[in-house]
Design a protein around this ligand. Sequence first.
Ligand SMILES: [Zn+2]
Length: 212
Amino acid sequence: MVVNSNANLYGDLIWFLKGFMMQSSTPPPPLAERLLSHLFKAIIIIAGLLAISLFIMPLLNKAPSIVVATWQKMTLLQEELPAVRSLPSPLPERHLVDTWGGARSEGRSHEGIDIFAPRGTPIQATTKGVVSKVGDDRLGGRVVFLIGPGGAAHYYAHLESYADIKPNDWVNAGDVIGYVGNSGNAKGTPPHVHYGVYINGSAVNPYPLLIK
Ligand SMILES: [Zn+2]
């Protein structure tokens, strides 16, 4: 133990730092003890890695699609709602007729437009966005919902079958999302796609939004 006899501040500081860094008063532990301590640390690290690969990785494999889709939907919300004549038709080869507002069963009015095409014709997404539903609906039959710019929901109904898409998938305008049919309450009518747009939960006429 060095006795600090130097009265000046600089000397005190050096002495303090040396003592602090070297911990010179305690002798190093014996080799066996050090090896044991290293081994113990190694076991902890290996156990940690095992836990990550067994329990955390499987969770992460599921999580990204939800995390990414949530991020994409938040980004889409910041974007402008679809403008007039900005959306490509779900069936670009087919003639568009404004069938919005027509009387329907159970006192409903037609909250979309119907575009007729041969059974099995590919239906294209009218917007980029995130798939929010691929499934059955009482009236719509086999339906697909996409969330696009501004948070607008794009609805495609009466599908014969679906393309290879699932909720939280990203699609671009023009991507095939399914095939024309007459499922749901369209049974008995010629095959067509019912296309609807919902803004803040309210149906709006998609006809003016579509490029003719
Ligand atoms: Zn319809």
